[in-house]
Design a protein around this ligand. Structure first.
Ligand code: SF4
Ligand code: SF4
Length: 418
């Protein structure tokens, strides 16, 4: 079995490498798929790109807020992905709150029926999950929850989620603890609980409390992320210079108990929690342009974009877009075409070619990100975690075998000219 898995993995790597060496074509499906199951949501989080009350006329229009992808349509997508090969991970996300989709449990079951090894993460505000749902999800084999919390205390939670009360925070705490206790009883590592804390000027003082909360509920990890602003609307939430300095001081206190090799934070009682890419978060804060909110400009400019081979996102509109920030760059729509036809289309190939060859300041990429603000789009790339390791591998191969790489490129272009 292990040998078979290794062979599948080798074949996948080979097909992926062939695509990158060709420079435009794909020969296998995406490694990671994000699906916005629905745009329905019961929250109005202050830093949300779709529903923040601060967005006013820029908020997602009413008609779009009601969109939901049908289970039947999604079955077709997952059947395509199964036949294309390569899919390792699916994130059920939004647009809206995935648990407002009436068939979310059936969708999870369908994916797991296709292949139990496909990792499923549900990115959620967690307000609909009670002990019964949690139990069902554990039994279905969900691999992880990314719980969007943005607070470590009930007071801050209510402040950054204006239509929620502190009660929601207490309920989430209770259900997260239930999951952690059940995992211990069942002697299971899954589902992992990853707490996602977007940081801005109303919650930065809660950073240490966020870590304490994660430890108290037995979460597996915390992801800190700087807020990505919507120019002219939510940029009033950006940290100013003194807030940024204060947060960096707090983070340096946390860092004293952090082991970067194991990504682990250990508190005084020896309890541990993973702080995912914690040093990366500190670096982003140090680089943060407090006027524009851009923080990844250098890293993005230094490497090509490979996500055209690795990733796809399907929005609740049915649009297929090439990356997390690609919502204004549809490359097809699953209401009109099969997913596999979109993935292998000439429009997608153009994205792949441009990702490798064009500078991210090129007008082609002005459709990435929110409202085409010059420095926030590609420059707050949410797929760097994929681009960086692939680039390291590609650069290594090119360095070691430049002639072989050129040979493969011309051979593949000759065999697959379009
Ligand atoms: S839960 Fe998610 S989609 Fe809903 S308002 Fe908050 S950030 Fe937006
Ligand atoms: S934001 Fe830009 S660099 Fe990042 S994945 Fe999208 S297109 Fe590529």
């Amino acid at each position: 079995m292990a040998e078979l898995n290794n062979q599948v993995l080798d074949k996948k790597k080979l097909l992926l490498a062939a695509g990158v060496l060709h420079s435009a074509r794909a020969f296998i499906g995406p490694d990671v798929l994000h699906v916005d199951l629905t745009n329905l949501c019961n929250f109005n989080c202050l830093a949300c790109w779709c529903r923040s009350p601060l967005l006013q006329e820029k908020a997602m229009p009413e008609w779009e807020r009601k969109l939901t992808l049908s289970f039947d349509l999604l079955k077709g997508v997952f059947d395509d992905l199964s036949s294309m090969g390569g899919l390792r991970s699916v994130k059920l996300v939004g647009g809206g709150e995935p648990f407002m989709h009436p068939d979310i449990l059936n969708i999870v079951a369908y994916i797991k029926k296709i292949d139990k090894a496909i990792e499923i993460d549900i990115n959620t505000n967690f307000s609909f999950v009670n002990e019964k749902t949690a139990e069902e999800l554990i039994q279905l084999g969900v691999d992880s929850f990314t719980v969007s919390l943005w607070a470590g205390t009930p007071e801050v939670y209510a402040a950054v989620h204006p239509n929620q009360t502190q009660d929601t925070f207490h309920k989430i705490r209770r259900v997260l603890k239930y999951i952690s206790d059940r995992k211990k009883e069942l002697n299971r590592l899954a589902p992992r609980v990853i707490i996602h804390d977007v940081i801005f000027n109303l919650n930065y003082q809660d950073a240490e409390e966020m870590v304490k909360f994660g430890l108290a509920v037995g979460a597996d990890a915390i992801q800190f992320v700087p807020m990505d602003p919507f120019k002219g609307k939510t940029d009033g939430l950006l940290l100013d210079q003194s807030q940024r300095r204060a947060l960096l001081e707090t983070l340096s206190r946390i860092d004293k108990r952090y082991d970067p090799a194991g990504l682990r934070y250990t508190d005084v009682t020896a309890s541990m929690i993973e702080l995912s890419d914690f040093r990366g978060f500190i670096r982003r804060l140090e680089r943060l342009d407090t006027n524009t909110g851009a923080y990844d400009e250098k890293a993005v400019d230094e490497i090509p974009c490979y996500v055209g081979w690795l990733f796809a996102r399907i929005m609740a509109t049915g649009n297929v877009v090439p990356c997390c920030k690609g919502h204004r760059m549809p490359l097809g729509n699953i209401h009109k075409n099969r997913f596999r036809d979109i993935w292998f289309s000439s429009l997608y190939n153009e994205f792949r070619r441009n990702g490798l060859s064009l500078h991210k300041g090129h007008p082609y990429f002005s459709r990435i990100g929110n409202d085409a603000v010059e420095k926030t789009g590609c420059y707050n790339c949410d797929n760097l975690w994929q681009n960086i390791p692939v680039h390291a591998k590609v650069a290594d191969i090119k360095k070691k075998s430049p002639l072989f790489v050129n040979f493969c490129h011309f051979l593949l272009k000759g065999l697959f000219p379009k």
